[in-house]
Ligand binder design. Structure first.
Ligand code: PLP
Length: 483
């Protein structure tokens, strides 16, 4: 059985890893270099400066941690194979629940030239780096359990011996901020050292309101650190590190940055850096002080980075800045809205229980009890060359997920003021800065409709695609570079 190739283009709609833009793939297709030459530190310096922009911070200090991803990520990169080898890996499905895809013990894995793959998960590494640099074992922290990724983070917090107040909500709901408020109101001695929150819970498609969390901390004059998992939000959803007083924010290269798995990016506020001075947690690989030492020396890397990924990151950031970060966020809003309209037209329910929590990067779709959502995912892959996200843990079999983040369509060029285009046209075009189409998304939605019919759900073919089209057709402007 061939686990790699399918006819035509693979449609990758898991909520990370996501499609990698061609310019990024090309930028990474290069030889190794001496990372101690003047070139790599010079590039790293600009990357560290530029990466702050995606967190919307001027005061934060970023750390780019070379960790990489789990088996699921390998599937993500399979659609971009240029060279295939085989590698024996252990089945890692236990972390996220049983996968319905029968994975053989030997699967083909892509190696970009020179890029090595280890099995240290990258969001998970960024979590650990955040906790162990700012806190000490025994510290009291408040952590919200709203889905599989917040659950895994809490598991890590407990295993690192923090004293975790778990605030649990139904899967499909956001963080319970009333409970947080009551904890802050009674914590006169400031025993709570940190609030840990997943901005966007990828398992259920729930986005939490970080501005509200900051306001609560400010209202009670509480000094707890605000530690935020932005793995499936940063670079796609509105995220404002400085404005929201986030102390540590983290993301991973395989999500909205649209790179291969391989870099965990963590950004620390001055207050978080101050906290490192009293943190007693054991850390070696993740110790920010090792990075800071090398930042001072101007060589930047305490250990060997992936040269190819650094070039990829440069290209990825260039594409994002070219489109404009706010336009990227607006594009994700359109993709999220179109997907939700399709789900409604199919007569299905969003796992996310209230509009205020709707996620613009992932939609978890509830199926009726007589359908196993894992079968939807299995069919998508086996019949339509489409990858959808599984329901994880508590919602396994009940939801399938449509990831709509990252590089979903081609990036168009900004209109140049040089050349023959008169300035009036430029002004008009500036109004239409959203230059991406939803056509790729429509392919996915069409696939889902056929699969729903396959598994016995009485969907009207074209209903969801039609609803999404009607919305997108009214909201997508012309591509300025093609006028
Ligand atoms: N946090 C969130 C919100 C995620 O969606 C994920 C992975 O999908 C992670 C953390 C864990 O990332 P990784 O699997 O790279 O460790």
């Amino acid at each position: 059985m061939d686990y790699v190739n399918g006819p035509g283009r693979h449609h990758l709609f898991v909520p990370g890893p996501v499609n990698i833009p061609e310019p990024v793939i090309r930028a990474m297709n290069r030889n190794n270099e001496d990372y101690r030459s003047p070139a790599i530190p010079a590039m790293t310096k600009t990357l560290l400066e530029d990466v702050k922009k995606i967190f919307k911070t001027t005061t934060g200090t970023p750390f780019m941690i070379p960790t990489t991803g789990k088996r699921q990520s390998f599937y993500g990169s399979l659609s971009h194979l240029s060279e295939v080898r085989t590698l024996r890996i252990v089945d890692e499905t236990d972390r996220v629940g049983k996968s319905p895809l029968s994975v053989p013990p030997v699967i083909p894995i892509n190696f970009y030239c020179g890029m090595t793959i280890s099995l240290i998960p990258l969001g998970t590494g960024a979590w650990e780096s955040t906790l162990t640099n700012t806190l000490s074992p025994g510290d009291r922290i408040v952590s919200f359990l709203i889905g599989q990724f917040s659950l895994l983070w809490i598991d890590q917090q407990q295993r690192l011996k923090f004293n975790v107040d778990v605030v649990e909500s139904d899967w499909g709901q956001g963080a319970n901020l009333d409970v947080l408020e009551s904890k802050l109101a009674t914590d006169h001695a400031h025993t709570i050292k940190a609030i840990c929150i997943v901005h966007n819970e990828t398992a259920t498609g729930v986005t939490n309101n970080l501005a509200k969390v900051r306001k609560l901390l400010d209202d009670y004059g509480h000094p707890a650190l605000l530690l935020v998992d932005g793995v499936s939000s940063i670079c796609a959803l509105d995220f404002r590190m400085d404005e929201w007083g986030v102390d540590v924010a983290l993301t991973g290269s395989q999500k909205a940055l649209s790179l291969p798995t391989g870099i965990g990016i963590v950004c620390a506020s001055p207050k978080a850096l101050e906290a490192t001075k009293t943190s007693k947690s054991v850390k070696v690989f993740f110790d920010w002080n090792d990075y800071l030492k090398f930042y001072k020396l101007g060589t930047y890397w305490p250990y060997t980075p992936s040269i190819q990924l650094l070039y990829g990151l440069r290209a990825a950031l260039d594409l994002i800045f070219e489109e404009g970060l706010d336009n990227v966020i607006a594009r994700h809003n359109r993709l999220g809205t179109a997907t939700r309209l399709a789900v409604e037209a199919w007569g299905l329910k969003n796992c996310t229980q209230k509009e205020e929590w709707y996620s613009d990067t992932v939609t978890a779709v509830l199926v009726p009890p007589y359908i196993d959502s894992s079968e939807v995912v299995r069919r998508a892959w086996k019949r339509y060359n489409l990858s959808l996200g599984l329901g994880l843990n508590k919602v396994a079999g009940k939801v399938f997920r449509i990831g709509h983040l990252g590089n979903l369509n081609e990036v168009s060029r900004k209109v140049s003021s040089r050349g023959f285009i008169p300035s009036l046209s430029i002004m008009i075009l500036q109004r239409f800065r959203f230059t991406k189409t939803g056509l790729q998304l429509l392919g996915c939605l069409a696939g889902v409709e056929m699969i729903l019919k396959d598994v016995g759900y009485p969907v009207k073919l074209g209903s969801g695609v039609g609803a999404a089209c009607a919305y997108l057709q009214n909201n997508i402007p012309l591509i300025p570079s093609r006028i």
